[in-house]
Design a protein around this ligand. Structure first.
Ligand code: ATP
Length: 447
């Protein structure tokens, strides 16, 4: 699942990442892709729980970035794009990584990831690297049945260009004016030289990006605003602040378009790594697309009677990378009733299931009431229903997949019309009337 080279390169403390990788496989969060055919390197499929969690990460982002603001709108642009878009954006010329090969073991590395420039991290050979060469990371394919020039198309390496090429469409149809943002969540593709570290770096991944257009004079202030806002989003969703840092890029790290970039970094088991980048893209993108397309991509400010090209602040994060960080930060082990337990202390917004309904026994007498409780809660939340195994084992399973609350229906429930709510984090149990259950659950889940 993870190349040895990637591991030795970052000296991963095997257990931490492996605990999450194993839990993800065992409980149906993430599977290696095409596993029955031996696996497809560094590709992953998200199972019943993982797909729910990915969806929750996306929805938490859209909620904060779009739903709770009146100055950001959402789009969903095409994944395939014509070369013209990527010529204008600079991706055809610049979107490359420096690649070296070890002539001894034939492994390939990103030159800028080598800790010792002359020593192969895989086989230990020295002086065995080839000259470095630029390797374009975009996937190219062709549209239509005829091969040849004029048919090549690219799979987008970021979602951002969809926002720039639709700038005027959105401006005209949404009645927004700077400062305002266009947001998008969707798949991007990069032919990464060294994918690895589980779902941290893959060739196919999902991004959540916002291009926030501002008057040029206000760009420094908005840059600072977005750096703080994006840092706090991860904290609000449960990552301890001391596992996060905001790191401004050095001048030599900046992309060709950037006047300043800061990364929100997370303390992964292998060290600090990027979760999200916040970039000051100036007016680079709109000007490039205006020049290449011959269209006007600017804004006429009626208040000042001035026409200008807005500057752009871009918060760009990864859905899968965020999911990995949320899982790593949430993983915990403790002792309950003298037995060790594994628990995912996920924020309720991110947990695949908010509630599990557990009839104490499989007996037919309990099923109708338990199903009724399930149906009521499932109207509002993603709810699991489990009647297999002993109740203790079922609690442990829900703890391990991060379900914040369990509702147990027992034989007394048939007489007293009450059920037991059990909390994941404290394991505390409280008896509540079924008539009050929705209110009680809402108070505990938080929404
Ligand atoms: P890195 O330096 O780690 O390659 P980047 O700086 O190239 O990342 P950006 O272009 O800023 O990344 O992309 C924005 C976000 O998209 C990243 O912060 C990350 O969360 C996500 N992302 C980028 N590349 C990948 C990938 N190969 N796999 C998973 N997520 C990715």
């Amino acid at each position: 699942m993870q190349s040895t080279s990637a591991r030795s390169l970052w000296a991963v403390p095997a257990t931490d990442l492996d605990q999450i990788v194993n839990l993800c496989k065992r409980r149906g969060f993430v599977y290696p892709s095409a596993e029955i055919y031996g696996g497809f390197r560094s590709s992953y499929d998200y199972g019943p729980l993982g797909s729910l969690m990915l969806r929750n990460v996306r929805e938490a982002w859209v909620r904060t970035m779009v739903q709770q603001r009146d100055d950001v709108v959402l789009i969903d642009a095409a994944i395939l794009g014509p070369p013209a878009v990527f010529e204008a954006s600079g991706h055809l010329a610049n979107f490359s990584d420096p690649l070296v090969d070890c002539t001894k073991c034939k492994q390939r590395f990103r030159e800028d990831h080598l800790t010792e420039p002359d020593t192969c991290p895989n086989c230990g050979a020295t002086g065995s690297f080839t000259e470095s060469r630029a390797f374009n990371l975009m996937f190219k394919t062709q549209a239509g049945p005829v091969e040849g020039s004029g048919t090549e198309v690219y799979m987008r390496p970021e979602t951002a260009q969809g926002m720039f090429v639709n700038f005027v469409n959105v401006l005209q149809t949404s009645r927004k004016k700077p400062p305002f943002g266009i947001a998008q969540v969707g798949k991007s593709f990069r032919n990464e030289i060294t994918p690895g570290n589980f779902i941290f770096r893959t060739r196919e991944f999902e991004q959540m990006e916002c291009e926030f257009f501002v008057p040029p004079a206000d760009s420094a202030q908005w840059y600072e605003y977005w750096c703080n806002a994006r840092f706090n989003w991860y904290v609000d969703l449960g990552i301890p602040a001391d596992m996060l840092r905001l790191r401004p890029h050095d001048a030599d790290e900046l992309s060709h378009y950037s006047a300043g970039t800061s990364d929100v970094e997370f303390m992964y088991p292998w060290g600090w790594g990027e979760l999200e980048g916040i970039a000051q893209r100036t007016d680079f993108d709109l000007k490039q697309h205006a020049q290449h397309s011959g269209q006007k991509l600017d804004f006429f400010d009626q208040a000042t009677n001035e026409r200008y090209v807005p500057y752009v602040i871009e918060p760009a994060g990864g859905v899968n990378r965020a999911m990995a960080a949320f899982l790593l930060a949430a993983y915990d082990e403790d002792i309950v009733n003298d037995e060790p337990r594994q628990v995912l202390r996920l924020h309720p917004r991110l947990a695949p299931y908010k509630v599990a309904v557990l009839p104490l026994s499989k007996k037919d007498t309990l099923t109708p009431l338990a199903k009724q409780v399930y149906a009521t809660l499932a109207d509002r939340y993603m709810v699991d229903y489990d009647e297999t195994q002993a109740i203790g084992k079922r609690y442990r399973r829900q703890d391990e997949i991060g379900t914040p609350l369990c509702v147990t229906v027992d034989f007394d429930s048939l007489d007293d019309g009450a059920v037991t709510i059990r909390e994941r984090d404290t394991t505390a149990q409280v008896r509540v009337p079924i008539a009050d259950l929705e209110v009680e659950i809402r108070a505990r889940v938080g929404f």
